[in-house]
Design a protein. Structure first.
Length: 243
């Protein structure tokens, strides 16, 4: 059984069907890409998996347990966490304290949460910034901080929502390597990204959605040659597979 099994999830907002009968699965340590045009339903799917929205239909099974409709804090406690496209750190708190907030998902002990936060901050190359106010960080390091907060919850799966949008090429390359290392350590990742170089570099499989429905699934090289995907999405984006 896969670590995450999403079966037929559907979400309607009035007469609009944002996601319709979506299936996807994710194994331990795997990286799965979720792509599609703006408004395709990617973030809505994230919201249903992570508990922010309750599906109107379908099921979300995580590690053999039905988590459909659980609250976000319950889903996070079980081991599914997420980042947000628009990063919102606690701006007045230090980088360390921001990460400690995530660590409190597993412990109420301040000393233990501080130790975990220090380890994660070092892993993400932010050791010299740990005493800085989070609000003073650049966009690139705010993105890293978002990942650090997610890692601090001890997740089995991280849902990354455009974690590399707006980054410079060198910053993107550094984040790609960090994501690879997270995967190597056994954490599964579901990526929403418009930067196709990122998806092509990281994803073992890709699910493509359009108007809320899955139109293709496969390995990256299959997806970029799929006519339905090219017509619906890839014709609008620049595909750079270098690096």
């Amino acid at each position: 059984m896969a670590l995450l099994e999403v079966s037929g999830i559907t979400k309607r907002f009035g007469g609009l069907v944002a996601v319709n009968d979506l299936d996807l699965s994710l194994d331990k340590g795997q990286i799965l890409g979720l792509i599609g045009p703006n408004g395709a339903g990617k973030t809505t799917a994230f919201n249903m998996i992570s508990g922010f929205y309750q599906p109107d239909e379908g099921q979300v099974i995580f590690d053999g347990q039905d988590i459909t409709g659980l609250r976000p804090d319950q889903v996070c406690k079980l081991g599914v966490t997420r980042t947000f496209q628009v990063v919102k750190p606690f701006p007045q708190l230090t980088v360390r304290d921001n990460v400690m907030v995530g660590a409190y998902n597993r412990t109420n002990d301040r000393k233990e949460s501080r130790k975990k936060a220090e380890k994660i901050i070092e892993f993400l190359g932010m050791k010299d910034m740990r005493e800085m106010a989070a609000g003073s960080l650049s966009v690139a390091y705010r993105k890293r901080l978002e990942v650090a907060k997610a890692l601090a919850t001890d997740p089995k799966i991280i849902l990354l929502d455009e974690a590399m949008a707006g980054l410079r090429p060198t910053e993107t390359d550094e984040m790609i390597e960090l994501v690879r290392e997270i995967s190597r350590q056994g954490t599964a990742l579901l990526l929403v990204e418009h930067v196709m170089r990122v998806i092509m570099s990281l994803a073992e499989r890709i699910v493509v959605i359009h108007h809320g429905e899955k139109i293709a699934e496969g390995e990256p090289q299959q997806i970029v040659q799929d006519k339905s995907v090219i017509d619906a999405y890839l014709g609008e984006v620049e595909i750079d597979v270098t690096g």
